[in-house]
Design a protein around this ligand. Structure first.
Ligand code: RUQ
Ligand code: CUA
Length: 654
C-alpha cells in the first residue's frame, strides 16, 4: 500500500511536469486566449462597470481582495486579520481591538474561504465571512461599507480550515478544526495523540438583524483532520458535511502515515438535531477563553470582549445526528450541488470523484445499515451512499463548483486542469488546462442554490512564466473561462494578491446600489468626534493630550499646536468633515510608530504619537485630496518634559 502511494505520487510529479510546466509557451499564446472574441468578452470599456464582484481570499496576506469580473481588475483590498497601513486598520485606536485574541494582539492570519450570506439558499449580499486559519477566527465583513465589522475567535480549534461556510439562511457560519488538539489544551506527550486528541466543529450563530456572531455549540469529534465543509441545501438543508483525512490519527510524517487508509470519511452532521438538543438544555458548558471583537459603525470604534465559556456537545449523546460516509483517498474538497442531493468528495490522491447521494444516505440511516463505527459514530456502507463515480481522467481533484444547469466543474491540482462533468450521468463533457496547478475555482453563486453560471475563475497555485518575472516570488494567477457554452473557453489571466484559496462572486446589481458612499457626519457618535470646526480643541489629561481635529479641503483645524511635552501621549482624533463620495483625508505625523490614517468622509479615527524629541514637528495629509493638498499640513511644538509652556492651538493666526 505504502509503496503504491509513493509510485502514485511520483507519477503525479511526472505528470505535473509534462502537463504543467512543459506546456509553457506554445499552448495558450497561439491558441484561443488571444483571439479577438475572447478579448471582447473580458473588455470592459473605460468608465463601464463589471458584471460581477469577486471576493478573493488573501491567504497569507490575511485579507480579502475585491475584483471585477470579467475584467479581472482589482478594486480594493479589505483588511481583515492583518494590520493595513494603507488605511490604518489595526493601527488606529478604533480598530486595534479587532485584532485582539486570547494570544494577545495578533495582527496577521491566513485567510482561505470567503462565503457570502444567503437567504433561502440564494446570495443576499449582506455580509461576507472569511476564516483565519492560523489563530482560529471568523470575520464578518459588511457588503455595504466593505469593512470588517466583527471577528470572533474559535476556541478548542487549530488550523481553522473547514471554515467559513454559511447555512442556507445564514443561521450559522461553520468553522471546523483542521488539526485535532487536546481539548482542553494541556501538557501531554505528542505520541499519545491517538484516541486523546479531538476535533471541534463549531456552529456560530449569526443574528439575522445585525449579523452578530456567537458560538452556539461545538461538536467534539474524534481526532481526525477536518479539511473542508459545505452545507446541505434544499432537501439536505439542516445537514452539514465535512471531509476528513488522517483518520489514521497519525502524529508524525503525515504525508505517509495519513495515507494508509484507503478511505477516510465525510462526516455528515444533522445540525438541526444538535440545535434542538442544545435548545432543550443539552451539551456541556466548558471554560474557554476567546475574543469577540465588534466594530460599531456609529462610533467608528471596535471593542474586544473576552468570552469565558463555550457549549460543547458529545456527538454520542445526540443519536442520529452524526454519521461517517466512507470516501476514498484523503478527500479535500467537500461540495454540495445546488439541489442538495449530491455530496462530492474529492480524494486528492485519486483520479476519480466520489459522489454521495443524500437520499441514499437518509435511506441507509433509516435502514440502520451500518458498517461498524468509529469512536461510537456509525459508519455507513460506501456502496449504500454512493450515487456515482466520475472517471475523470485527471489527477489530484480538489474542488467542485456548479453552474446551475446540471454541470459540475472540478479542479485537478496535479494534472492542472478544470474538468466539466454532468451531474447524474457522471460523464466528462470538457476539460481545459490551467496555468498552473489549480486549487479552488469559483462560479459566482456556485456554492448556493442559484449559481450564475457564466464564468468560472480558476485560482492557480503556481504562476511561473505567465507574467513578466519579478524575482523569485510571483503573484498567484487566476484564469477566467467563459462557461456559457458546452465547452469552456479560456478568456484571460490576471494576477491576484496573497494566495487566494477560495473566492466568492456575486452579480454587481446585488451589491453596487447598496454600497455606502459616505458616513453621515450628523450620525457620527464617536466620543471624540468634532461635528463642526468650532468644536476643534486640545485638552490635556495628565500626560495624555487629546487633539480634537477636523479636516476639510484643504486644512486641518487646528494646524498649530503648542505645549506638548516629551513623554506625553498625543491622541490625534481626526474627523473628516467632507460629505462627498470618495474624498478621504489622510494623516501622518513624523516619527509616528503606528501608520498613517485614511479617514473617510464623516468618519473619526485616532492616531497615537509619543514624541520623544524636542522640536517643531510637522504632520500632513497623505491622500492627494485637492489642488491644495500639498498645503494640507501643520506643526506640533514639542517642549522639554519640565517645560511650563501652556497648551494652545490655532488655525489661521500668525
Ligand atoms: S484549500 S486548494 Cu480551500 Cu485552503 Cu483547497
Ligand atoms: Cu487632505 Cu490631502
Amino acid at each position: 500500500m505504502k509503496k503504491y502511494k509513493f509510485q502514485l505520487l511520483s507519477l503525479c510529479g511526472a505528470l505535473l511536469f509534462l502537463t504543467g510546466c512543459g506546456n509553457n509557451n506554445g499552448g495558450t499564446k497561439s491558441s484561443g486566449a488571444l483571439n479577438s472574441s475572447a478579448a471582447e468578452k473580458v473588455y470592459v470599456a473605460p468608465g463601464e462597470h463589471d458584471e460581477f464582484y469577486a471576493f478573493m481570499s488573501g491567504g497569507y496576506s490575511g485579507n480579502l481582495t475585491v475584483y471585477g469580473l470579467p475584467s479581472g481588475r482589482m478594486f480594493k483590498e479589505i483588511p481583515v486579520f492583518s494590520q493595513f497601513p494603507t488605511s490604518g486598520y489595526g493601527y488606529s485606536e478604533e480598530t486595534k481591538p479587532m485584532l485582539e485574541t486570547s494570544h494577545g494582539f495578533v495582527p496577521w492570519d491566513d485567510s482561505h474561504h470567503p462565503d457570502i450570506s444567503q437567504t433561502n439558499g440564494e446570495l443576499d449580499g449582506r455580509w461576507i465571512f472569511i476564516n483565519g486559519n492560523n489563530t482560529p477566527r471568523i470575520a464578518r465583513i459588511s457588503l455595504t461599507t466593505f469593512e470588517t465589522e466583527e471577528i470572533i475567535e474559535v476556541p478548542n480549534s487549530a488550523g481553522n480550515h473547514s471554515s467559513s461556510f454559511v447555512t442556507e439562511n445564514t443561521e450559522y457560519v461553520v468553522a471546523g478544526t483542521r488539526f485535532s488538539v487536546p481539548i482542553p489544551q494541556r501538557d501531554m506527550p505528542i505520541n499519545e495523540y491517538k484516541g486523546n486528541f479531538q476535533g471541534a466543529l463549531s456552529f456560530i450563530s449569526v443574528d439575522p438583524e445585525h449579523g452578530h456572531m456567537d458560538i452556539k455549540f461545538q461538536i467534539i469529534m474524534p481526532g481526525f483532520n477536518y479539511d473542508l465543509s459545505h452545507p446541505g441545501r434544499g432537501k439536505s438543508h439542516g445537514w452539514f458535511f465535512f471531509t476528513t483525512y488522517n483518520t489514521e490519527e497519525a502524529n508524525t510524517l503525515q504525508e505517509v502515515n495519513s495515507s494508509q487508509n484507503d478511505k477516510d470519511f465525510i462526516a455528515a452532521i444533522n445540525w438541526k438535531k444538535v440545535e434542538e438538543y442544545v435548545n432543550n438544555g443539552g451539551g456541556t458548558k466548558v471554560p474557554a477563553n476567546y475574543a469577540h471583537n465588534i466594530y460599531d459603525e456609529a462610533t467608528h470604534t471596535a471593542t474586544s470582549t473576552m468570552k469565558k465559556e463555550v457549549l460543547t456537545v458529545n456527538p454520542l449523546e445526540v443519536p442520529g445526528a452524526v454519521f461517517f460516509l466512507p470516501t476514498p483517498k484523503s478527500p479535500h474538497g467537500c461540495d454540495v450541488d445546488p439541489s442538495g442531493e449530491y455530496i462530492i468528495g474529492n480524494g486528492k490522491l485519486s483520479a476519480d470523484l466520489t459522489v454521495h447521494s443524500f437520499d441514499n444516505m437518509i435511506a441507509a440511516i433509516e435502514g440502520e445499515k451500518f458498517d461498524g463505527e468509529a469512536y461510537g459514530i456509525p459508519i455507513l456502507k460506501f456502496e449504500d451512499v454512493l450515487a456515482g463515480t466520475v472517471k475523470s481522467g485527471g489527477l489530484g481533484p480538489l474542488h467542485t463548483e456548479f453552474d446551475g444547469k446540471g454541470n459540475a466543474y472540478t479542479t485537478f491540482f496535479i494534472s492542472s486542469e478544470v474538468v466539466k462533468w454532468k451531474l447524474g450521468t457522471w460523464e466528462v463533457i470538457d476539460r481545459k488546462p490551467t496555468y498552473y496547478s489549480v486549487g479552488h475555482l469559483m462560479i459566482p453563486g456556485g456554492n448556493s442554490r442559484k449559481p450564475f453560471g457564466k464564468y468560472v475563475v480558476a485560482l492557480n497555485k503556481i504562476t511561473k512564466d505567465r507574467y513578466l518575472p519579478v524575482g523569485p516570488e510571483m503573484e498567484h494567477s487566476a484564469q477566467i473561462y467563459d462557461i456559457s457554452g458546452e465547452k469552456m473557453e479560456l478568456l484571460y489571466d490576471f494576477p491576484t494578491h496573497g494566495e487566494p484559496h477560495y473566492a466568492a462572486g456575486i452579480p454587481a446589481e446585488l451589491l453596487a446600489s447598496k454600497a455606502k458612499k459616505i458616513y453621515r457626519l450628523d450620525e457620527n457618535k464617536h466620543p471624540y468626534a468634532v461635528t463642526s470646526p468650532d468644536q476643534a480643541r486640545v485638552e490635556r489629561k495628565g500626560k495624555e493630550v487629546h487633539i480634537y481635529m477636523s479636516t476639510i479641503r484643504s486644512h486641518f483645524t487646528p494646524d498649530n499646536i503648542e505645549g506638548v511635552k516629551v513623554g506625553d501621549k498625543v491622541f490625534f482624533h481626526i474627523t473628516n468633515h467632507e460629505q462627498d463620495f470618495d474624498v478621504p483625508h489622510g494623516f501622518a505625523m513624523i516619527g509616528q510608530n503606528t501608520s498613517e490614517l485614511l479617514v473617510m468622509p464623516g468618519q473619526t479615527k485616532t492616531s497615537v504619537w509619543e514624541p520623544k524629541k524636542v522640536g517643531v514637528w510637522p504632520f500632513y495629509c497623505t491622500d492627494f485630496c485637492s489642488a491644495l493638498h500639498q498645503e494640507m499640513q501643520g506643526y506640533v511644538r514639542v517642549s522639554p518634559a519640565n517645560s511650563t509652556i501652556e497648551l494652545s492651538w490655532s488655525l489661521g493666526e500668525d
